[in-house]
Design a binder for this molecule. Structure first.
Ligand SMILES: NC(=O)c1ccc[n+]([C@@H]2O[C@H](COP(=O)([O-])OP(=O)(O)OC[C@H]3O[C@@H](n4cnc5c(N)ncnc54)[C@H](OP(=O)(O)O)[C@@H]3O)[C@@H](O)[C@H]2O)c1
Length: 327
Protein backbone atom coordinates (compact mmCIF):
# COMPACT_ATOMS: atom_id res chain seq x y z
CA UNK A 1 0.00 0.00 0.00
CA UNK A 2 1.11 3.57 -0.59
CA UNK A 3 -0.28 6.98 0.41
CA UNK A 4 -1.11 9.76 -2.00
CA UNK A 5 -3.35 12.77 -2.43
CA UNK A 6 -6.35 11.88 -4.55
CA UNK A 7 -8.56 14.37 -6.38
CA UNK A 8 -12.02 12.93 -6.96
CA UNK A 9 -15.03 14.35 -8.74
CA UNK A 10 -18.54 13.69 -7.47
CA UNK A 11 -21.93 15.27 -7.95
CA UNK A 12 -21.07 17.99 -5.41
CA UNK A 13 -17.89 18.85 -7.32
CA UNK A 14 -14.23 18.17 -6.73
CA UNK A 15 -12.69 16.95 -3.46
CA UNK A 16 -9.14 16.15 -2.42
CA UNK A 17 -7.90 13.94 0.41
CA UNK A 18 -5.08 11.67 1.53
CA UNK A 19 -5.85 8.04 0.68
CA UNK A 20 -4.12 4.65 0.37
CA UNK A 21 -3.96 2.35 -2.62
CA UNK A 22 -2.31 -0.90 -3.59
CA UNK A 23 0.66 -0.63 -5.99
CA UNK A 24 -1.25 -2.89 -8.41
CA UNK A 25 -3.59 0.07 -8.99
CA UNK A 26 -0.79 2.26 -10.37
CA UNK A 27 -1.28 3.21 -14.04
CA UNK A 28 0.49 1.59 -16.99
CA UNK A 29 4.15 2.41 -17.46
CA UNK A 30 7.57 0.85 -17.96
CA UNK A 31 9.24 2.43 -14.91
CA UNK A 32 8.05 2.29 -11.28
CA UNK A 33 9.53 4.68 -8.72
CA UNK A 34 9.57 5.22 -5.00
CA UNK A 35 8.91 8.93 -4.81
CA UNK A 36 11.13 10.79 -2.32
CA UNK A 37 9.98 14.38 -2.84
CA UNK A 38 7.43 16.26 -4.88
CA UNK A 39 6.54 19.93 -4.92
CA UNK A 40 3.76 22.46 -5.37
CA UNK A 41 3.69 24.51 -8.53
CA UNK A 42 1.08 27.05 -9.55
CA UNK A 43 -0.51 24.37 -11.76
CA UNK A 44 -0.66 21.90 -8.85
CA UNK A 45 -2.39 24.54 -6.76
CA UNK A 46 -4.90 25.12 -9.58
CA UNK A 47 -5.51 21.34 -9.72
CA UNK A 48 -5.84 20.81 -5.94
CA UNK A 49 -8.08 23.83 -5.36
CA UNK A 50 -10.08 23.08 -8.52
CA UNK A 51 -9.69 26.70 -9.67
CA UNK A 52 -8.90 25.57 -13.23
CA UNK A 53 -9.76 22.37 -15.08
CA UNK A 54 -6.19 21.03 -14.91
CA UNK A 55 -7.21 17.46 -14.05
CA UNK A 56 -8.54 15.55 -17.05
CA UNK A 57 -9.18 12.14 -15.42
CA UNK A 58 -10.53 11.19 -12.00
CA UNK A 59 -9.46 9.98 -9.52
CA UNK A 60 -6.13 11.74 -10.04
CA UNK A 61 -2.96 11.95 -7.96
CA UNK A 62 -1.85 15.57 -8.52
CA UNK A 63 1.77 16.63 -8.78
CA UNK A 64 3.43 17.59 -12.08
CA UNK A 65 6.89 16.95 -10.60
CA UNK A 66 8.58 14.13 -8.73
CA UNK A 67 12.03 12.93 -7.78
CA UNK A 68 12.74 9.43 -6.61
CA UNK A 69 14.38 6.05 -7.02
CA UNK A 70 13.55 3.50 -9.72
CA UNK A 71 12.32 0.22 -8.22
CA UNK A 72 11.27 -1.64 -11.39
CA UNK A 73 12.02 -0.97 -15.04
CA UNK A 74 11.59 -2.55 -18.45
CA UNK A 75 12.91 0.64 -20.10
CA UNK A 76 16.42 0.42 -21.60
CA UNK A 77 17.61 3.67 -19.94
CA UNK A 78 16.51 2.90 -16.39
CA UNK A 79 17.48 0.28 -13.79
CA UNK A 80 16.46 -0.26 -10.17
CA UNK A 81 18.40 2.11 -7.92
CA UNK A 82 18.65 4.95 -10.49
CA UNK A 83 17.57 8.38 -9.29
CA UNK A 84 15.32 10.30 -11.65
CA UNK A 85 13.38 13.53 -11.99
CA UNK A 86 10.06 14.04 -13.76
CA UNK A 87 8.66 17.40 -14.90
CA UNK A 88 5.41 17.65 -16.81
CA UNK A 89 4.38 15.41 -19.72
CA UNK A 90 0.79 15.58 -18.46
CA UNK A 91 1.66 13.81 -15.19
CA UNK A 92 -0.63 15.07 -12.41
CA UNK A 93 -3.14 16.08 -15.14
CA UNK A 94 -4.00 12.94 -17.12
CA UNK A 95 -1.56 10.42 -15.55
CA UNK A 96 -1.14 9.83 -11.77
CA UNK A 97 1.42 12.31 -10.47
CA UNK A 98 4.07 13.01 -7.88
CA UNK A 99 2.08 13.79 -4.72
CA UNK A 100 2.18 10.18 -3.57
CA UNK A 101 4.73 7.65 -2.44
CA UNK A 102 4.77 5.60 -5.67
CA UNK A 103 4.59 6.40 -9.38
CA UNK A 104 4.55 4.36 -12.55
CA UNK A 105 5.15 6.10 -15.86
CA UNK A 106 6.95 6.15 -19.20
CA UNK A 107 10.74 6.08 -18.81
CA UNK A 108 11.05 8.48 -21.77
CA UNK A 109 9.62 11.20 -19.54
CA UNK A 110 12.37 10.92 -16.92
CA UNK A 111 15.68 12.77 -16.73
CA UNK A 112 18.57 11.61 -14.53
CA UNK A 113 18.81 13.48 -11.23
CA UNK A 114 21.79 15.83 -11.74
CA UNK A 115 24.65 14.67 -9.50
CA UNK A 116 24.92 18.00 -7.72
CA UNK A 117 21.32 17.82 -6.46
CA UNK A 118 19.49 15.71 -3.90
CA UNK A 119 15.90 14.70 -4.66
CA UNK A 120 14.74 17.43 -2.28
CA UNK A 121 16.81 20.07 -4.07
CA UNK A 122 15.55 18.92 -7.47
CA UNK A 123 12.01 19.40 -6.20
CA UNK A 124 12.88 22.76 -4.66
CA UNK A 125 13.62 23.64 -8.29
CA UNK A 126 10.69 21.70 -9.77
CA UNK A 127 8.83 22.73 -12.90
CA UNK A 128 8.91 26.36 -11.74
CA UNK A 129 12.72 26.45 -11.58
CA UNK A 130 13.20 24.35 -14.68
CA UNK A 131 10.85 26.74 -16.55
CA UNK A 132 12.88 29.70 -15.28
CA UNK A 133 15.96 27.99 -16.77
CA UNK A 134 14.11 27.44 -20.09
CA UNK A 135 13.32 31.19 -20.12
CA UNK A 136 16.91 32.22 -19.34
CA UNK A 137 18.24 29.82 -21.98
CA UNK A 138 15.87 31.31 -24.59
CA UNK A 139 17.15 34.82 -23.80
CA UNK A 140 20.78 33.73 -23.92
CA UNK A 141 20.25 31.87 -27.21
CA UNK A 142 18.77 35.13 -28.55
CA UNK A 143 22.16 36.72 -27.84
CA UNK A 144 21.35 38.63 -24.65
CA UNK A 145 24.48 39.69 -22.78
CA UNK A 146 24.86 41.61 -19.50
CA UNK A 147 26.28 44.72 -21.20
CA UNK A 148 23.00 45.23 -23.10
CA UNK A 149 21.20 46.49 -20.00
CA UNK A 150 18.68 45.57 -17.32
CA UNK A 151 16.58 42.38 -17.43
CA UNK A 152 13.09 42.43 -15.91
CA UNK A 153 11.62 39.45 -14.03
CA UNK A 154 7.90 39.58 -13.19
CA UNK A 155 6.21 37.54 -10.45
CA UNK A 156 9.64 37.79 -8.89
CA UNK A 157 8.91 36.31 -5.44
CA UNK A 158 7.09 33.33 -7.01
CA UNK A 159 8.72 30.04 -7.92
CA UNK A 160 9.59 30.85 -11.54
CA UNK A 161 10.53 34.42 -10.64
CA UNK A 162 12.81 33.57 -7.69
CA UNK A 163 14.83 31.07 -9.71
CA UNK A 164 14.95 33.37 -12.77
CA UNK A 165 16.33 36.23 -10.64
CA UNK A 166 19.00 33.93 -9.16
CA UNK A 167 20.03 32.44 -12.53
CA UNK A 168 20.21 35.80 -14.30
CA UNK A 169 22.21 37.35 -11.46
CA UNK A 170 24.59 34.36 -11.53
CA UNK A 171 25.20 35.05 -15.24
CA UNK A 172 26.13 38.66 -14.47
CA UNK A 173 22.88 40.37 -15.51
CA UNK A 174 21.51 43.45 -13.77
CA UNK A 175 18.09 42.22 -12.67
CA UNK A 176 14.99 44.30 -11.96
CA UNK A 177 12.49 42.28 -9.96
CA UNK A 178 8.80 43.21 -10.28
CA UNK A 179 6.73 42.15 -7.29
CA UNK A 180 3.50 42.84 -5.48
CA UNK A 181 5.25 41.98 -2.20
CA UNK A 182 7.21 45.18 -1.72
CA UNK A 183 8.09 44.00 1.81
CA UNK A 184 10.31 41.34 0.19
CA UNK A 185 13.04 43.71 -1.01
CA UNK A 186 15.69 41.97 1.15
CA UNK A 187 14.66 38.56 -0.16
CA UNK A 188 14.90 39.69 -3.79
CA UNK A 189 18.21 41.48 -3.25
CA UNK A 190 19.50 38.33 -1.55
CA UNK A 191 18.73 36.43 -4.77
CA UNK A 192 20.71 39.01 -6.73
CA UNK A 193 18.14 41.61 -7.84
CA UNK A 194 19.65 45.07 -8.32
CA UNK A 195 16.30 46.91 -8.25
CA UNK A 196 12.79 46.10 -7.12
CA UNK A 197 9.83 47.39 -9.16
CA UNK A 198 6.28 47.62 -7.77
CA UNK A 199 4.26 45.36 -10.05
CA UNK A 200 1.42 47.93 -9.97
CA UNK A 201 3.54 49.98 -12.42
CA UNK A 202 3.04 47.23 -15.03
CA UNK A 203 -0.45 46.06 -14.15
CA UNK A 204 -2.70 48.46 -16.08
CA UNK A 205 -3.24 48.81 -19.81
CA UNK A 206 -0.44 51.02 -21.18
CA UNK A 207 0.70 52.66 -24.41
CA UNK A 208 1.71 50.58 -27.43
CA UNK A 209 5.31 51.80 -27.19
CA UNK A 210 6.82 53.06 -23.95
CA UNK A 211 10.25 54.27 -22.82
CA UNK A 212 12.82 51.60 -23.76
CA UNK A 213 14.07 50.08 -20.55
CA UNK A 214 14.67 46.31 -20.63
CA UNK A 215 17.20 44.36 -22.67
CA UNK A 216 15.29 41.21 -21.80
CA UNK A 217 12.30 40.03 -19.79
CA UNK A 218 11.21 36.83 -18.04
CA UNK A 219 7.45 37.14 -17.59
CA UNK A 220 5.36 34.93 -15.30
CA UNK A 221 2.34 37.26 -15.25
CA UNK A 222 0.87 37.57 -18.78
CA UNK A 223 -1.99 40.03 -19.37
CA UNK A 224 -1.19 43.80 -19.19
CA UNK A 225 2.11 43.08 -17.44
CA UNK A 226 3.37 41.16 -20.47
CA UNK A 227 2.05 43.79 -22.89
CA UNK A 228 3.75 46.60 -20.93
CA UNK A 229 6.97 44.60 -20.64
CA UNK A 230 7.04 44.18 -24.44
CA UNK A 231 6.29 47.89 -24.91
CA UNK A 232 9.24 48.77 -22.61
CA UNK A 233 11.73 46.35 -24.19
CA UNK A 234 14.66 47.94 -25.98
CA UNK A 235 15.32 47.71 -29.70
CA UNK A 236 16.28 44.12 -30.61
CA UNK A 237 15.55 42.79 -27.12
CA UNK A 238 13.64 39.65 -26.16
CA UNK A 239 10.83 38.63 -23.83
CA UNK A 240 10.34 35.06 -22.59
CA UNK A 241 6.67 34.57 -21.67
CA UNK A 242 5.84 31.56 -19.53
CA UNK A 243 3.03 32.48 -17.16
CA UNK A 244 -0.44 33.85 -16.54
CA UNK A 245 -0.38 34.86 -12.87
CA UNK A 246 -2.13 38.14 -13.77
CA UNK A 247 -4.22 36.65 -16.58
CA UNK A 248 -4.38 34.58 -19.74
CA UNK A 249 -5.17 37.64 -21.89
CA UNK A 250 -2.56 39.60 -23.80
CA UNK A 251 -3.83 43.04 -24.72
CA UNK A 252 -0.70 44.35 -26.43
CA UNK A 253 -0.05 45.62 -29.96
CA UNK A 254 2.44 44.44 -32.56
CA UNK A 255 4.30 47.78 -32.32
CA UNK A 256 7.23 46.46 -30.21
CA UNK A 257 7.72 43.55 -32.63
CA UNK A 258 7.52 45.45 -35.92
CA UNK A 259 9.02 48.80 -34.88
CA UNK A 260 11.67 47.71 -32.37
CA UNK A 261 12.39 44.18 -33.59
CA UNK A 262 11.47 42.79 -30.17
CA UNK A 263 11.24 38.97 -30.02
CA UNK A 264 8.57 37.24 -27.93
CA UNK A 265 9.52 33.70 -26.95
CA UNK A 266 6.74 31.37 -25.77
CA UNK A 267 8.04 28.97 -23.14
CA UNK A 268 6.36 25.61 -22.51
CA UNK A 269 7.79 23.21 -19.96
CA UNK A 270 5.25 20.38 -20.24
CA UNK A 271 6.08 18.99 -23.68
CA UNK A 272 9.57 20.52 -24.05
CA UNK A 273 11.87 18.10 -25.90
CA UNK A 274 14.47 16.14 -23.97
CA UNK A 275 17.46 18.11 -25.28
CA UNK A 276 16.00 21.40 -24.06
CA UNK A 277 15.22 19.85 -20.66
CA UNK A 278 18.81 18.62 -20.37
CA UNK A 279 20.14 22.12 -21.19
CA UNK A 280 17.84 23.67 -18.60
CA UNK A 281 18.92 21.20 -15.88
CA UNK A 282 22.57 21.75 -16.85
CA UNK A 283 22.14 25.51 -16.30
CA UNK A 284 20.47 24.91 -12.93
CA UNK A 285 23.28 22.54 -11.89
CA UNK A 286 25.95 25.05 -12.92
CA UNK A 287 24.44 28.32 -11.71
CA UNK A 288 22.10 27.73 -8.78
CA UNK A 289 23.98 27.85 -5.50
CA UNK A 290 22.67 25.35 -2.88
CA UNK A 291 22.39 28.13 -0.25
CA UNK A 292 20.33 30.29 -2.63
CA UNK A 293 18.07 27.33 -3.36
CA UNK A 294 17.62 26.63 0.37
CA UNK A 295 16.78 30.30 0.99
CA UNK A 296 13.79 30.13 -1.37
CA UNK A 297 12.48 26.76 -0.12
CA UNK A 298 10.01 25.69 2.55
CA UNK A 299 8.96 22.09 3.21
CA UNK A 300 5.58 20.56 3.99
CA UNK A 301 4.42 16.99 4.68
CA UNK A 302 2.09 15.28 2.20
CA UNK A 303 -1.21 16.01 4.04
CA UNK A 304 -0.15 19.66 4.51
CA UNK A 305 0.15 20.12 0.75
CA UNK A 306 -3.62 20.71 0.48
CA UNK A 307 -3.56 23.83 2.70
CA UNK A 308 -0.32 24.98 1.09
CA UNK A 309 -1.99 24.82 -2.34
CA UNK A 310 -4.66 27.25 -1.12
CA UNK A 311 -1.98 29.63 0.21
CA UNK A 312 -0.15 29.47 -3.12
CA UNK A 313 -3.36 30.30 -5.00
CA UNK A 314 -3.83 33.32 -2.71
CA UNK A 315 -0.38 34.59 -3.79
CA UNK A 316 0.78 34.30 -0.18
CA UNK A 317 3.76 32.00 -0.81
CA UNK A 318 7.30 33.21 -1.34
CA UNK A 319 9.60 31.01 -3.41
CA UNK A 320 9.11 27.25 -3.57
CA UNK A 321 7.36 24.56 -1.54
CA UNK A 322 8.79 21.03 -1.48
CA UNK A 323 6.61 18.15 -0.32
CA UNK A 324 8.06 15.24 1.65
CA UNK A 325 5.68 12.55 0.42
CA UNK A 326 6.88 10.08 3.08
CA UNK A 327 5.92 12.31 5.99
N1 LIG B 1 4.83 27.74 -19.42
C1 LIG B 1 5.09 26.77 -18.57
O1 LIG B 1 5.41 25.64 -18.92
C2 LIG B 1 4.99 27.09 -17.11
C3 LIG B 1 5.73 26.38 -16.16
C4 LIG B 1 5.69 26.79 -14.83
C5 LIG B 1 4.88 27.84 -14.46
N2 LIG B 1 4.13 28.46 -15.40
C6 LIG B 1 3.29 29.61 -15.04
O2 LIG B 1 4.12 30.64 -14.55
C7 LIG B 1 3.41 31.39 -13.56
C8 LIG B 1 4.23 31.43 -12.29
O3 LIG B 1 4.34 30.11 -11.76
P1 LIG B 1 4.98 29.91 -10.32
O4 LIG B 1 5.09 28.44 -10.11
O5 LIG B 1 6.13 30.79 -10.16
O6 LIG B 1 3.76 30.45 -9.42
P2 LIG B 1 3.86 31.15 -7.98
O7 LIG B 1 4.97 30.59 -7.19
O8 LIG B 1 2.48 31.14 -7.45
O9 LIG B 1 4.26 32.64 -8.36
C9 LIG B 1 3.42 33.48 -9.08
C10 LIG B 1 3.78 34.91 -8.71
O10 LIG B 1 3.16 35.80 -9.62
C11 LIG B 1 2.94 37.02 -8.96
N3 LIG B 1 1.54 37.40 -9.16
C12 LIG B 1 0.44 36.91 -8.53
N4 LIG B 1 -0.65 37.54 -8.94
C13 LIG B 1 -0.24 38.47 -9.85
C14 LIG B 1 -0.92 39.47 -10.59
N5 LIG B 1 -2.22 39.64 -10.51
N6 LIG B 1 -0.18 40.25 -11.42
C15 LIG B 1 1.17 40.09 -11.53
N7 LIG B 1 1.87 39.17 -10.82
C16 LIG B 1 1.15 38.37 -10.00
C17 LIG B 1 3.27 36.83 -7.48
O11 LIG B 1 4.61 37.30 -7.29
P3 LIG B 1 4.89 38.75 -6.65
O12 LIG B 1 4.08 38.80 -5.38
O13 LIG B 1 6.36 38.77 -6.45
O14 LIG B 1 4.41 39.77 -7.65
C18 LIG B 1 3.26 35.33 -7.33
O15 LIG B 1 4.09 34.92 -6.28
C19 LIG B 1 2.06 30.71 -13.40
O16 LIG B 1 1.10 31.39 -14.20
C20 LIG B 1 2.29 29.31 -13.95
O17 LIG B 1 1.12 28.73 -14.45
C21 LIG B 1 4.17 28.10 -16.71
Amino acid sequence: MFSALFIEKGEAGQSVSLAHRDEAQLPEGNVTLEVEYSTLNYKDALAITGKSPIVRKFPMIPGIDLAGVVTESSHADWSPGDRAVLNGWGVGESHWGGLGQRARLDGDWLVPLPEVFTSRQAMAIGTAGYTAALCVNALLAHGLTPDQGEVLVTGATGGVGSVAVALLAASGFTVAAATGKTTEVDYLQGLGAATVVDRAELAEKGKALQKERWAGVVDAAGSHTLANACAQTRYGGAVAACGLAQGMDFGGTVAPFILRGVTLFGIDSVMAPKARRAEAWARLAADLEPEVLESITQEVALPEAIDAAHRLMDGAVRGRIVVDVNR
